[in-house]
Design a binder for this molecule. Structure first.
Ligand SMILES: [Zn+2]
Length: 234
């Protein structure tokens, strides 16, 4: 806690004035300023709307409504990462004993993953039977806007990391399942993207629908990715 207090003192002298200025600009003109509303959870999972029950709703759809409807954010970015402990656990849930009712009762993390991430695991198993070579089909903004994804075509990541990439893409479909976003998605006013972060190399990948796989964002790919983003999303 003393570290936090010291950090707040540093913030007061170094950051505060500039930040307040930015907040005031956003207040007057939200679309011109970079505004983001991060939501973090175990496994970067957005529950599918089929699980939405008003009295038991989770934070994620509420955050989507607050960000995209109340504050009119136009881009949703799902960000997954390598060696994700939640996804490593999801991989183990293929074992039925590990995923048993009793084990779920004592582990909220297992219960959360079993309730909301089995669709990612099913996609992973589809890939596994083809020896990781065939592409997977995911749904984007609408049921008709499907896209093709080759997962880790260079085969440089572990099976858990392949599952993590699949899970990141699967969330796009879950986001699009919410009725309150439907019109915005259909009219191309709201866009959904996937990023994936390799924590041990520090590299960040963008899922390119044109290239059909996660593309490393570097000096070589930058222009191509910018063109794709401008062509499809603005
Ligand atoms: Zn994680």
């Amino acid at each position: 806690m003393d570290k936090l207090l010291k950090g707040i003192m540093r913030y007061r002298s170094n950051v505060k004035d500039e930040m307040v200025k930015q907040f005031l600009q956003v207040k007057d003109n939200p679309k011109d300023e970079g505004y983001n509303f991060p939501v973090r959870n175990a496994g970067n999972i957005i529950p599918h709307s089929q699980h939405f029950l008003d009295e038991f709703t989770t934070n994620e759809p509420a955050a989507l409504e607050l960000g995209c409807v109340v504050n009119d954010i136009r881009h949703i970015i799902v960000c997954g990462h390598s060696d994700c402990k939640a996804i490593n656990l999801l991989y183990q849930l293929q074992d039925s004993e590990f995923a048993s009712q009793d084990n779920r009762r004592i582990s909220p993390l297992r219960a959360w993953l079993c309730a909301h991430a089995l669709s990612s695991l099913e996609k992973f198993q589809q890939l596994e039977v083809t020896d990781y070579s065939k592409p997977l089909i995911f749904q984007g903004e609408t049921p008709l806007r499907k896209f093709v994804a080759y997962i880790d075509p260079e085969n440089k990541f572990s099976v858990e990391d392949k599952l993590s990439q699949i899970n990141t893409l699967q969330q796009l479909q879950n986001i699009a399942s919410y009725g309150f976003l439907k019109k915005r998605l259909e009219r191309h006013e709201l866009h959904i993207h996937a990023l994936w972060f390799d924590i041990y190399t520090g590299e960040i990948y963008y899922f390119s629908r044109a290239a059909k796989h996660f593309v490393l964002i570097n000096e070589y790919n930058f222009d191509k990715l910018c063109q794709e983003v401008l062509k499809y999303y603005f």
